[in-house]
Design a protein around this ligand. Structure first.
Ligand code: MTE
Ligand code: MO
Length: 406
């Protein structure tokens, strides 16, 4: 990895200050904030083009977005999570020489410059959530191996670029094509490590939604988010969103490769979260569309507030593109639910913010649960576990301590 990182400090004082400023109110996040007992202090680092982020691993670089940045509808580029599998990536990419190649089962292989992409195709933009399949893995019980993400392994952005279908039709996909593979400029550190290559079916690749983005929130992509090009697969887990994309190949059969056939698999069917450590599923399938999920953003886990105080709660809900229709909260383990209000819809592939104003009358420890429902009637399970902690979407809980009012 040619990218340098700077380690700063263990506790997020600046992060806390930013949180208070952004939240714009003191009632839920007063100075009385207490960390939950099991929380490990975050190690914050700054890397190229990034402000302070939570370090997961430094080789390859994996950085998590601190939760308070989820107060923004669009995750700032300099706080957008970073997830690489291979430590050997270019420290910079020269746009003059950069080319995107399209080859394989096509009638006219292409080698496109950035200016070709910007001038020869229609420009499109879409708001879409990129969520790592392993997001929230650290909450799995029992623990599972892999990056121990809390909720910051995702981010919402406005992506601008070209439609993959348009690029593929310029290359002339030959009849009988079945799959398309996507490879980036990052490379394995050792020959024994398989290169990171992902694939989609031709039907999916040409659905008119999958795109090749050169901008994120109106700016060129940060190097660490895959500059200069990233595949955007709306509604699908970000493992397919290949960054530093420079090679697209079309195949007359199904693409085979480690990162499709051996990694990023989940138990098949609706049971992807029903696996038990002592009886693992035999039938596995590649990860695909995002499961419906909701999280808390404010207040933070373990916050302490005073009885009678107004607590403006908020969080986010998202799914694979059917659209969030309802978010509900419960304080009695699901016996009764109240409906949260929903902010404006930013697009079906974006996340949607929910809000709820709570005024606790009495002291005590309250456990809130949050649950989303989508237009298809899908909702979240009480329990979700599989061996890799992928697609975790179980109903989240949040503990708030209410003390006697002063
Ligand atoms: N070239 C390349 N693209 C990649 C990856 C990678 O390791 N190499 N990781 C994938 C995974 S698993 C995720 S979650 C997203 C993360 O995108 P980000 O780092 O821009 O947030 O990139 C995807 N695209
Ligand atoms: Mo991921």
């Amino acid at each position: 990895m040619g990218v340098k990182i700077k380690k700063r400090f263990k506790n997020s004082f600046l992060g806390l200050a930013a949180w208070l400023l952004l939240a714009g109110f003191a009632s839920c996040n007063s100075g009385e904030k207490q960390p939950a007992s099991k929380v490990v202090p975050d190690e914050l680092v700054t890397a190229e083009g990034k402000k302070e982020m939570i370090l997961l691993t430094d080789r390859p670089l994996n950085l998590e977005t601190p939760l308070h940045y989820f107060l923004y509808d669009f995750t700032p580029n300099d706080e957008f999570f970073v997830r690489w599998h291979l430590s050997n990536m270019p420290a910079q990419v020269g746009l003059d020489t950069f080319r995107l190649r399209i080859s394989g089962h096509v009638s006219k292989p292409l080698s496109l410059s950035m200016s070709d992409l910007k001038t020869k195709f229609k420009t499109v933009s879409i708001n879409a959530l990129a969520a790592c399949a392993g997001n929230a893995r650290s909450f799995c019980d029992p623990r599972v191996p892999g990056g121990q993400w809390k909720n910051g392994g995702m981010g919402n952005a406005k992506w601008t670029g070209v439609i993959l279908k348009d690029v593929l039709s310029m290359a002339g996909v030959k009849p009988g094509a079945k799959s398309v593979s996507f490879n980036g400029m990052d490379e394995p550190p050792l020959p024994s490590v398989p290169d990171f290559v992902k694939s989609l079916t031709v039907d999916h690749a040409t659905d008119g939604e999958v795109m090749i983005a050169y901008e994120m929130n109106g700016e060129p992509l940060p190097l660490l988010n895959g500059f200069p090009l990233k595949l955007v697969v709306p509604g699908w887990y970000a493992t397919y969103w290949v960054g530093m994309l420079n090679e697209i190949k079309v195949y007359p059969d199904t693409f085979k490769g480690f990162w499709m056939d051996k990694a990023y698999l989940v138990p098949k069917g609706v049971a992807n979260g029903n696996e038990k450590p002592d009886s693992l599923a035999k039938d596995m399938t590649p990860i695909s569309r995002l499961d419906i999920r909701s999280i808390f953003v404010v207040p933070e886990q373990g916050s302490v507030i005073a009885a009678g105080q107004i607590c403006k709660m908020q969080g986010l809900a998202f799914d694979g593109g059917y659209g969030i229709t309802k978010v509900e909260l419960s304080t009695d383990s699901g016996a009764t639910w109240v409906q949260a209000s929903l902010d404006n819809d930013l697009g079906k592939y974006s996340w949607r913010r929910w809000r709820y104003t709570w005024q606790p009358a009495s002291q005590g420890t309250f456990t809130f649960y949050v649950k989303a429902t989508n237009a298809k009637g899908e909702t979240q399970p009480w329990h979700h576990w599989n061996r890799s902690g992928y697609m975790r979407n179980e109903i989240e809980s949040l503990q708030i301590k209410v003390e006697k009012s002063k």
